[in-house]
Design a protein around this ligand. Structure first.
Ligand SMILES: [Zn+2]
Length: 429
């Protein structure tokens, strides 16, 4: 299969970020040519991009995609109250009928495709339904283990690690646990054994609130990052979701162990958890990437909205405009995400890389006139400007139409039915 995307503007992420005019050739799932000259091939598909912008797809490095059923439902409370009183009881009902996770994931994937997200690092239970949803729709999913109390165990995630790293080329699996405040030593010590046996990275919710950090200090006599590092959980890398309360000591540890900070400004703002000092993290050379978190704490799966929030909350925190530059924000949303997951062959648009590509409409009123395209992607664009989403060389969304091999109206209808069923059961309890 040879695809030509011609007559485009192309966002090149190198030492600097620039925009060039040219074409991209994709053979099967990889970029084989990029530039002005077009090789004389017989192409299977030719798309005239009409001077719209091609750029790497956004990497959503923290998600709980099946939580689409809680969009607009979990609307109040700070983290502890929101989680234990609203989210967990609803999830208990969903997990009893875990096959419903497939449809709820598919709904989230459709939202990703419409907003230019080409990968989700998806922390949730019942990985077989997430894997099935991703494979069937052609979406790239990195599933993360979610040990928490009775829900999954170190033995289970070890078995899932083997199963889902050999499932489909679009699906992979990493070790993870919900959080240090929901996993005691009975879980973390055996998990550390698995990590050190498999020599693999670990990811978890980390230092999300002051409450969590103070609790850990009281219980363990140390801050959460030190607690997990001392248990040997980060011996082979990985990272933390949120990292809101990180101080200098936490950041120095993350730098030393080459761990990634995954920031979720939408979720942290909604739950009033706070804002990490990302200026300091980036200056220290820590890898920072971006996540939407789940639809229960956001409630949108939209990287344009997330990039804009990332910028403004950092400015407000530092009381300084451009605390993060638009170039840093574009890196955080794309190549840094690939770095978090050690998947550098899908990081950017260059020859040899996997073709996870999006096209942004530059001929829309909110994008014109063109003064500084990379800046305007962060500050002016919206998901309505997404013209095309390509994953693994296949166009899954093009000009308002999904090409996922399924009737999307059926997915919408089923997701509503599942949500109504769960709400009914919740009322009864
Ligand atoms: Zn989360």
């Amino acid at each position: 299969m040879k695809t030509l995307l011609k007559n485009a503007k192309i966002l090149v992420i190198d030492k600097n970020i620039s925009v060039i005019n040219g074409s991209i050739v994709i053979e099967n799932n990889r970029i084989t040519h990029l530039g002005k000259a077009i090789p004389k091939f017989r192409f299977d598909k030719i798309i005239n991009c009409k001077q719209n912008l091609l750029m790497p797809g956004f990497k959503n490095t923290h998600a709980h995609t099946p939580m689409t059923f809680l969009r607009g439902y979990a609307t109040s409370g700070q983290l502890q109250e929101w989680l234990f009183e609203t989210v967990f009881p609803a999830e208990d009902i969903l997990i009893e009928q875990s096959e419903d996770i497939e449809i709820l994931t598919k709904l989230g994937i459709l939202e990703y495709l419409k907003s230019g997200i080409t990968l989700a690092f998806d922390m949730y239970y019942a990985p077989k339904y997430i894997a099935k949803a991703a494979k069937e729709l052609g979406f790239r999913s990195v599933i993360l283990g979610t040990i928490q109390g009775e829900r999954q165990s170190p033995e289970e995630v070890k078995a899932d690690f083997d199963e889902f790293n050999n499932y489909d080329s679009l699906v992979s699996y990493k070790l993870g646990f919900h959080a240090e405040y929901t996993c005691g030593p009975d879980i973390l010590v055996p998990l550390s054994k698995v990590v050190n046996e498999l020599k693999t990275p670990v990811f978890t919710h980390l230092s999300e609130t002051e409450h969590e950090t103070n609790d850990c200090l009281k219980r363990e006599g140390k801050r959460p990052p030190k607690h997990l590092i001392d248990l040997g959980l980060f011996n082979y890398g990985g990272g933390g979701f949120h990292c809101v309360t990180f101080n200098d000591e936490d950041m120095a540890l993350f730098k030393k162990h080459q761990l990634s900070m995954i920031t979720c400004p939408g979720s942290n703002s909604k739950l009033a958890s706070g804002t990490p000092n990302l200026r300091k993290a980036l200056d220290l050379g820590i890898n920072v990437s971006l996540g939407t978190d789940g639809p229960a704490s956001n409630d949108a799966l939209d990287f344009f909205y997330e990039m804009r929030l990332l910028s403004v909350v950092q400015n407000l925190r530092a009381k300084t405009p451009n605390t993060l530059s638009h170039e840093e924000i574009l890196r955080i949303a794309t190549i840094n995400g690939a770095r978090t997951l050690n998947m550098n062959d899908l990081s950017d648009l260059s020859v040899g890389k996997i073709a996870d590509i999006i096209m942004i409409d530059l001929h829309a009123p909110n994008m014109l006139p063109l003064n500084n395209i990379p800046y305007q992607i962060v500050y002016a664009a919206s998901k309505d400007n997404i013209l095309m989403t390509m994953i693994d060389g296949k166009i899954l969304y093009y000009k308002n139409r999904f090409n996922v091999g399924e009737n999307v109206n059926h997915i919408y209808k089923k997701a509503q039915q599942i949500t109504d069923k769960i709400k009914k059961k919740l009322k009864k309890n």
